[in-house]
Design a protein around this ligand. Sequence first.
Ligand code: NAD
Length: 492
Amino acid sequence: MTQTLLRFSLLIGGESVEAASGKTYDSTDPFTGSAWAQVPDGGKADIDRAVQAARDALNGPWGQLTATARGKLLWKLGDVIAREAENLAELEVRDGGKLLREMSGQMKGLPEYYYYYAGMADKLEGAVIPTDKPNYLVYTKHEPVGVVGAITPWNSPLLLLAWKLAAGLAAGCTFVVKPSDYTPTSTLAFASLLEEAGFPPGVINVVTGWGPETGAALAAHPGVDKIAFTGSTGTGIKVGQAALQNMTRFTLELGGKSAQVVFPDADLDAAANGVISGIFAATGQTCLAGSRLLVHESVADELVQKIVDRASTIVVGDPKDPRTEMGPVSNEPQYQKVLSHFASAREQGATIAYGAEPVEELGGYFVKPTVLTGVTSDMRAVSEEIFGPVLVVSTFSDEEEAIAEANGTEFGLAGAVWTKDVHRAHRVAAKLRAGTIWVNAYRAVSPSVPFGGMGSSGIGRENGIDAVKDFTETKAIWVELTGNTRDPFTLG
Ligand code: NAD
């Protein structure tokens, strides 16, 4: 029996439209492995139109709104999202295979990002700056950077879009959004809510399509003033290079290989639970996954046993079933990537403490939660971001060694310290090279807390007060106060 596919449209200039080429492609449900929706296969022509629509909105009705009015629209958008949270969550589950209970929670929390930045829209104050020049009044303004291209990955499409959109709209920018090829539908459904929330046409435009064509066309577009990108480090580098050709500003939220460092005085049950949440929740498909466990040698066997015991009881299956704890890997290429890591871990001599195999009887793209011990730094599973439910475990004998090993990676997105010693907790947190460190916790984020990476994990921060400034240009205005002329051949 052929299933009818749900159909979605692009949003350009406030209108639901097909791709200029008329082409579409199918989105696959990773639980069934079958197509379930059809989306426009947008290309350069659609990106061109969307960028123009965003520019027109910026120069037109959106640019004329007061900051307070922008804030009210953001608040209203939050309300509309709250009402639609369950629908949006279901779309993300169909496209991406994440647990419905996780995505429901994420969608219910999504309005908070819009509310947080709604309040900030009319608090983006400049300053009157004292100078060494007595004859001038000098003040600054934070003007919107302009048209922003937002490119998002497949693992949490609307959450990671909110991290860009809410701050950028508060600052007065307009947007062209290119969601992941694999999870386009929730962003297209979200776009259909903008009119009801009261946004003028063209403020937010959404073009779906493939990364190397549609995404690349957006990153390289001379009409875009800033790119806000979340995705892998390899793609982020290409996006940054393309943007730089036009002097387009960019922020990059990229991959990670985050370490959870467990000291011998830690509550081992809590640490085991934190490790499970860090690497097996969301099937390990999160940028902040705690994919490396560094544990003191004196408690390593005990902690690994606790983790393996829990991993072996993780319920793998239908992401919509409330009992399921781990859904499928999100798409076919990612599934193949995880399987290739299983093979190379075996070839390179890692000890398989648990897992490292697919769960074929479920169909779809299922794998077992995996724990690898006896690993060395030259193994692929240790150095590369897998973006799957694969934990690599190594041991240390003292604090210095733990810090050196935790920092022995090109990435620097997140990490955790597990200890009851308050001195050690702060000392080690200060020395770990990563944008977020949790102490005796893992996997908590908030609209008010900056998030982003060091090293190969990215450039810039999203969320928090400062993120909004990344969507602005600071202008300094000098006003001469005396009305006199002065020597034209001297400075100031
Ligand atoms: P990806 O880099 O393959 O794709 C990300 C986006 O870029 C997609 O929309 C894709 O279509 C687009 N794209 C691909 N090629 C492009 C090109 N040449 N030019 C412009 N755009 C292009 O990443 P993914 O597989 O979708 O997502 C997983 C990655 O995202 C992981 O590395 C993960 O760590 C990272 N991530 C980072 C964060 C963070 O906040 N730091 C959050 C979530 C995910």
